[in-house]
Design a protein. Structure first.
Length: 164
């Protein structure tokens, strides 16, 4: 068994906006298609071009779509002894971007889609993101790293717009 050391670079932006406002701003950049319909249409697509059109219709302004939303804060809110927390983990991505990275570095499929963590803390609402560039840097593939940089820039822009 081989092992590869991967140092992940986490970016964190703190906003003074409300948790709900930050989530609504993220929703502008992240499309939220009905996933049942999306997967049905994905299966019915007869060509890559047809599938690409489906993806392009599903993404938001940041070229991302939401695949899943998890609420880790719900567990904390269930415990009357725990501090109530608002935490949401958004799993989002773009299959066309993932394809471009995975063609070069198959392990990229382990890191896409990406996660955006939104958490309300004492000092504000944190928007956290682990950069795709840091995940792919150890593979030293220039093409995959360029695609990862483009993706990171889209996510950074989205986070900055949501925070400000």
């Amino acid at each position: 068994m081989k092992a590869k050391q991967i140092a992940v670079e986490r970016f964190d932006i703190v906003s003074n906006k409300t948790f709900e406002h930050v989530l609504s701003e993220l929703a502008v950049g992240i499309g939220r298609p009905d996933m049942n319909t999306y997967f049905r249409q994905k299966g019915a697509a007869q060509s890559f071009e047809e599938y690409a059109a489906l993806v392009n219709a599903a993404v938001g302004t940041a070229d991302l779509m939401e695949f899943m939303r998890l609420d880790p804060g719900a567990v904390l809110r269930k415990d009357p002894g725990a501090k109530p927390s608002k935490i949401v983990r958004i799993i989002a991505g773009n299959p066309l971007i993932m394809k471009r990275m995975t063609e070069q570095v198959p392990d990229a499929a382990s890191y896409a889609p990406i996660t955006i963590l939104v958490s309300e803390r004492e000092d504000g609402v944190h928007l956290s993101y682990d950069s795709m560039t840091s995940y792919l840097a150890p593979y030293e593939n220039k093409v995959a790293l360029e695609v990862a940089r483009e993706l990171d820039e889209k996510v950074f822009g989205l986070l900055e717009r949501a925070a400000n």
